[in-house]
Design a protein around this ligand. Structure first.
Ligand code: PGA
Length: 253
């Protein structure tokens, strides 16, 4: 059965103390996770260990890093390697977020190298893809996202792709309050799953979690998550508000 996932993406927000408080508040609220439901907190690097300590012993709750570098180690001042993350017990890393693509010029090839280094070290990548507004306006989003999948993921072995989580995040919906309609989300998720099926077969395609991201809020999560091919969300703004994120967790199917 596919995993249903509520993933928080704190981005570059909150002080350490605010992050601690937010986790305390979320963990104090009643959430009952089913066997196939996961919660992942993608927090800034300096907070990884703190978040892990808070989640210690919590079933189906994990911490993710928001990035890693594509090299094993060496003279790369300011970068964080997969080995470093692994050595503190991190199991998930968000890669290819549109903000990294836009502000740090990350391209499909570079992201594919990061995906490789994660999987070689048994860390699950949460691979983000999604089109900008001008692509949506010309109705070429399938070609655009298809290329992102082909260039960053489709060199993987069946075992490796099975370990990967995909997040579809239309850039025009991120932080804008403008969510994709349920139908737009479902259509793209079905397209992504179909591309995986063409490359790896139906059985594998049906096992891969595809999250939706882009203005998921407490009041729309249930509706979006109810779509057949939507397996939860990658949530920015609303993951910074304890009550809202708890509602989003409880909206998982
Ligand atoms: P948002 O961000 O929920 O604030 O739109 C989503 C994301 O960028 O992951």
């Amino acid at each position: 059965m596919r995993k249903q996932i509520a993933a928080a993406n704190w981005k570059m927000n909150l002080t350490f103390q605010q992050g601690e408080q937010l986790l305390n508040n979320i963990l104090a609220a009643p959430t009952t996770l089913k066997e196939n439901q996961l919660v992942i907190f993608s927090v800034p690097f300096p907070y990884l260990t703190m978040a892990q300590q808070k989640l210690n012993g919590k079933k189906n709750m994990f911490v993710a890093a928001q990035n890693c570098f594509n090299k094993k180690n060496g003279a790369y001042t300011g970068e964080v390697s997969i080995e470093m993350l692994q050595s503190i017990g991190i199991e998930y890393v968000v890669l290819g977020h549109s903000e990294r693509r836009e502000y740090f010029n990350e391209n499909n090839q570079f992201i594919s190298e990061k995906i490789n280094i994660c999987l070689e070290n048994n860390i699950t990548p949460i691979f983000c893809c999604g089109e900008p507004l001008q692509i949506r306006e010309t109705n070429t989003q399938n070609e655009f996202v298809g290329k992102q999948l082909t260039e960053s993921l489709f060199h993987l072995s069946p075992e490796q792709i099975l370990k990967t989580i995909i997040a579809y995040e239309p850039i025009w919906a991120i932080g804008t309050g403008k969510t994709a309609s349920n139908q737009q989300a479902q259509e793209m998720h079905a397209f992504i799953r179909q591309q995986i099926a063409i490359k790896y077969g139906n059985a594998i395609a049906n096992e891969i979690s595809i999250l939706y991201g882009g203005s998921v809020k407490a009041n729309n999560a249930k509706e979006i998550f109810s779509e057949t091919d939507v397996d939860g969300g990658l949530v920015g703004g609303a993951s910074l508000i304890a009550n809202d994120f708890v509602t989003i967790i409880n909206a998982l199917k």
